[in-house]
Design a protein. Sequence first.
Length: 439
Amino acid sequence: MPDNNFLLDIKGNKFEIKNSSELEKMTNEEVEKYTTDLFEAQTKAMLKAQADMKEAGENNADMLKTINELKDSQFKTMETILKNQGLEIESLKMGSLQLPKNASAQVGEWLTKNHEELKNIAAKGSGIIELNLKAVGPITTGSATNPDGLPEMLGVQTAPPSNVNLKDSIVEGLVSNITTSQPVYAYTETTPKDGDFSFVAEGTIKPQVDFKIETRYAEPVKCAAYEVLTTESVQDIPGLQSIANDFLRKKHSLKKQNGILFGDGISPNPKGATVYGRTFVAGAMALQVANPNIMDVINACITDIYTTHNYQDETPYLANLVMMNPVDFYIQLVSAKDDNGLPLFPQAGLFNRVSIGGVTIIPFEDIPVGKIFVADLSKYNVTNYIGYTVKIGWINDQFITNQFTMVGESRFHAFVKKLDEQAFIYDDIATISAAILKP
């Protein structure tokens, strides 16, 4: 800005627009008062110009051309004043000098900057965000010095840690997922009761048939855990809070998966699919297969599920999923050979799921060695009653010890309808093989 200052003239009262050298000599309080007065003066000048133009236009239409010229002139002058003053203040911000802010100004700037974050915290019903009120002072190399003889942080770059290498959950994509807002999930099953159709002669009594309805209820279970972090740890280690959040989410998914498969059903645990699973019943298949291999075992289980019914004329269950330990998967499928030394199941790749005869076989490390799980897993129902959420806050004395807690949790129903329990088998490979082995 040039040294000869701009002047605002409002009814004979002139307000001087100061240049940078004058601003630098002013105290914090003087600068703050000056900026407030400047804004008021600029506002008054614009309002006065508009009022003058309106009055002149109403009193004398012949002066319209003159008014428009005056309006353009005043607004151009005001635009120049605002532009130059803005550049002057911006130069102070960009240079070594910066206009000091009092506490209220800092709070206002902070609220504007963190508006979206505050909205997110309000929507989630929890969360913490910190405001540091900083006093104006010089920044020197001493500001980056660490205690205890550690290297100075100035110019030192800390390598960010990587996420924890946890495996992914796969079971939730295989079960039936249901959305509900009910804390107790009710379902009804209908089954035949007494009587049946019959062929009848002319003039004779027709048979009566009826059915029954049974309503059952599933209650939600909760899967939860928490982490405690120090404020210093998330400040000093790049991305630590994001890593902690990712770790919490993945551990939750894996624990939920474990409950869906192996939960014992004793409150507060869900009842897992393998616990619903029954043992294999050979029936008419007993002692009928010469030298059974793993596919004979699997197909025997599928046949058992298909031919086992809750009542007459029930639609058969079609099992389409097999889970077994990776060791059994390798021994029984990948390395199995015929009498000529050729692979018996060439489509089976090591540790990759394989489809044979329309059945998907998955190597799954959580299944114990020697066990096999065969089922129509779509008959296992999981609701999304309260989806996975993360809450952040303080507990106990964490506020004064610079710590905070992250809680991850969800609530869901996990159940198999009573009649559908026939669609699950969980047994020993050796037991099933022995049951169908032809002497």
